[in-house]
Design a protein around this ligand. Structure first.
Ligand code: NAD
Length: 305
């Protein structure tokens, strides 16, 4: 549906698509060459270990996509599946084994975890040197200080996407909707940093923000990461804005074999005509998140070997 709409809108309008699939492919292609070169030189190739607890459908899909990306780029991957009722203690033991396994460069624990497990405890148990998801407090602290570190994959992917399409961010007003530790908050830090992309004036909004529509209307760049399908409407976006849709929600769709389809946090059809650039869902931020994870894992391997 998007491609039809995109075709229609492209005629006579300047709206362009930030194609995450294409940009992610370019990053993975580069990584594949770098990995092949390492292999030729007899150096270690990157190894990502993914831990999946339970059988949540969305988590299964995300982990499968990450394992596939490893195959495409020539990385080694290990998928560790654990029962939903595994104890927190046992899970921490698994993490410790991966921490001490010298062949493993990056560890990712797919979130969310079952309710009886404290995800903060699990994240904190990952050795900072292998924290390729960038959620460990050491990684977060370094990111805030501007010290090179693992940046959380989704905000890092968005920065790479802005870089890929040479979107000017300096001096722009960025409105970030959502303040989670994995998307909104790190996004606001990165966009406000003295970097390129970056150097934005950032407003971070959340569930208690008043006058959200007025704030969004001031945004040259809007990053929507709240998890409410089609929350951002056409009348919330100023002409020429760059809109990044992070949201992924499965909504029921009986016409699909899967029984659902993915919806972003932005009402694409209503918002797109106002934008200079916009990400689609799917095919926008999602693939970039995976590309960023691959980059973090490659860097971990290269730094240690
Ligand atoms: P979260 O539930 O942890 O955080 C949501 C944030 O939105 C909160 O900070 C909350 O204050 C804010 N919020 C909620 N209702 C609001 C409202 N009415 N107005 C303003 N702010 C409001 O979610 P998250 O983990 O940050 O994820 C957000 C969305 O992004 C979800 O749809 C998730 O599936 C998606 N996501 C996508 C990727 C990807 O790779 N594309 C990665 C991570 C998350």
């Amino acid at each position: 549906m998007h491609s039809l709409l995109i075709g229609k809108l492209s005629v006579g309008l300047r709206m362009q698509i930030l194609d995450g699939k294409k940009a992610a492919q370019a990053i993975k292609d580069e990584l594949r060459i770098d990995v092949a070169q390492r292999a030729n030189e007899g150096k270690k190739i990157p190894h990502l270990a993914a831990v999946l607890v339970g059988n949540n459908g969305a988590s299964e899909t995300y982990v499968a996509a990450k394992v596939k990306a490893c195959e495409e780029t020539g990385f080694k991957s290990t998928l560790i599946r654990l029962d939903a009722d595994i104890s927190e203690y046992k899970l921490l033991e698994v993490i410790e084994e991966l921490n001490t396994d010298t062949d493993v460069d990056g560890i990712l624990v797919q979130l969310p975890l079952p309710k009886h497990i404290d995800d903060k405890k699990v994240i904190n148990a990952i050795h900072p040197d292998k924290d390729v998801d960038g959620f460990h407090p050491v990684s977060v602290g370094k990111m805030v200080e501007g010290i090179p570190s693992y940046i959380p994959a989704t905000p890092y992917g968005i920065m790479l996407l802005l870089e890929h399409y040479k979107i000017e961010t300096k001096g722009k007003h960025a409105v970030v909707i959502g303040r989670s530790n994995i998307v909104g908050r790190p996004m606001s830090i990165l966009l406000s940093g003295n970097s390129n992309p970056g150097n934005c004036t950032v407003t971070i909004c959340h569930s208690h923000t008043k006058n959200l529509k007025e704030i969004c209307l001031q945004g040259d760049i809007i990053v929507a990461a709240l998890g409410i399908p089609e929350f951002v409407k056409g009348d919330m976006v100023k002409e020429g804005a760059v809109v990044i849709d992070v949201g992924i929600t499965r909504v029921q769709d009986s016409t699909r074999k899967s029984g659902f389809r993915l919806k972003g946090d932005v009402d694409f059809e209503a918002v797109a005509p106002h934008c200079s650039w916009i990400t689609p869902v799917p095919g926008g931020v999602g693939p970039m998140t995976i590309a960023a994870l691959m980059k973090n894992t490659f860097n971990s391997c290269a730094a240690k070997n």
